[in-house]
Design a protein around this ligand. Structure first.
Ligand SMILES: *[C@@H]1O[C@H](CO)[C@@H](O)[C@H](O)[C@H]1NC(C)=O
Ligand SMILES: *[C@@H]1O[C@H](CO)[C@@H](O)[C@H](O)[C@H]1NC(C)=O
Ligand SMILES: *[C@@H]1O[C@H](CO)[C@@H](O)[C@H](O)[C@H]1NC(C)=O
Length: 319
């Protein structure tokens, strides 16, 4: 018993030491084991989806967040700034999902900016608040830092790829908990599903000072036109993370016409990243003012619709 206790104490010291050595301003030792992640609803463009709502969230993203041990709050695009501030004070992280609205002028971009600015301010003040961007969400994270749309053509539509990991991956937060055999698989096997036409090339990234001062590139990939694009990145001093690929499809999307990786390692990669992001959310102590307000905000108040027969998604929440 004593030995175990001692080992745990040494571990704690090591963990504290590591945490202190990180560039992030982490002051909180308390852990929130009932995290809630907000997911911004995406704008509907697809004609077949229009009859059901103006905005939507594919259930795969909801399940992805839930698989890491979190609950989900959907966030609509039609609220006031005050309402967004209230939501921000109540949730423990934000997921920006894929889609195709305008990177600068859309409602999705406008609401993302509100949360992004709140998150930067909060983190600066020692109030930990993580943001994860997937595909369009990652592209948005680059525009929010750079203040401009830096996208160029990097077509990789319906293609699975191994990640070309950079040297920074070994000191990254995102991949810190990955067993070495999963990292090896990630760099050799096509475990990442790509569904994009645009992206941030490494040339753009290297040339934009705002971008490369803020983010570290953890992996790159080559598009069908030969352009090398940033496929994974994490912010240097903020808990902000971006992937140009789609970790959620590995576990939660099954359209046989799409290149969705479902091998055991593909599932591990998806699960480990979901767990990593939710761990980040556990560092946030934001909470709803009342249990009733929390209960009425959660995704459980909505039912996903069966959409497998007319979209690439099995289930979608419409708002
Ligand atoms: C991986 O990236 C390195 C630069 O970081 C580059 O030299 C190499 O050619 C890339 N490999 C592939 C397979 O894209
Ligand atoms: C996706 O790629 C697979 C494998 O190349 C192909 O069989 C399938 O038709 C593609 N789906 C679409 C929608 O292009
Ligand atoms: C999809 O399936 C649902 C439920 O079976 C059905 O009500 C709906 O009409 C179908 N939609 C299309 C476009 O086939």
């Amino acid at each position: 018993m004593f030995r175990e206790g001692f080992a745990a104490y040494v571990c704690l010291l090591l963990v504290r030491h590591c945490a202190n050595a990180m560039p992030l301003k982490r002051h909180q030792d308390a852990v929130n084991n009932r995290p809630i992640i907000g997911i911004l609803a995406q704008e509907v463009f697809d004609d077949v989806m229009k009859p059901f709502g103006k905005t939507y969230i594919p259930d795969s993203y909801v399940k992805y967040i839930e698989s890491g041990g979190s609950r989900v709050v959907p966030i609509r695009l039609t609220l006031t700034s005050t309402e967004y501030e209230n939501i921000f004070r109540s949730i423990n992280g934000l997921l920006l999902i894929g889609g195709s609205p305008d990177l600068e002028t859309s409602d999705f971009a406008r609401v993302s900016r509100i949360f992004y600015e709140l998150a930067v301010k909060a983190n600066d003040g020692g109030d930990y608040f993580p943001i994860w961007g997937t595909c369009f969400g990652m592209q948005l994270l680059t525009a929010l830092v750079a203040g401009e749309n830096l996208l160029t053509l990097t077509p990789a539509e319906n293609i699975t790829l191994p990640l070309n990991l950079t040297a920074y991956v070994h000191s990254s937060r995102m991949f810190k908990g990955f067993p070495s055999e999963v990292m090896t698989a990630l760099s050799r096997e096509p475990l990442t599903g790509n569904f994009h036409n645009f992206g941030i090339t490494i040339k753009t990234f290297a040339e934009n000072e705002k971008l490369h001062k803020f983010y570290t590139v953890l992996s790159t990939n080559v598009a069908e036109n030969g352009a090398t694009f940033v496929s994974t990145m994490e912010a240097k001093s903020y808990p902000f993370y971006g992937v140009q690929w789609h970790p959620e499809v590995n576990c939660f999307q099954w359209d046989p016409d799409m290149q969705f990786p479902h091998s055991p390692y593909a599932v591990r990669v998806s699960s480990l990243l979901a767990e990593f992001f939710i761990d980040e959310g556990r560092r946030s102590l934001h909470s709803y003012d009342t249990p009733d307000e929390e209960a009425s905000s959660l995704i459980y108040n909505y039912s996903p619709m069966y959409t497998q027969n007319f979209t690439r998604y099995e289930q979608i929440y419409f708002f």
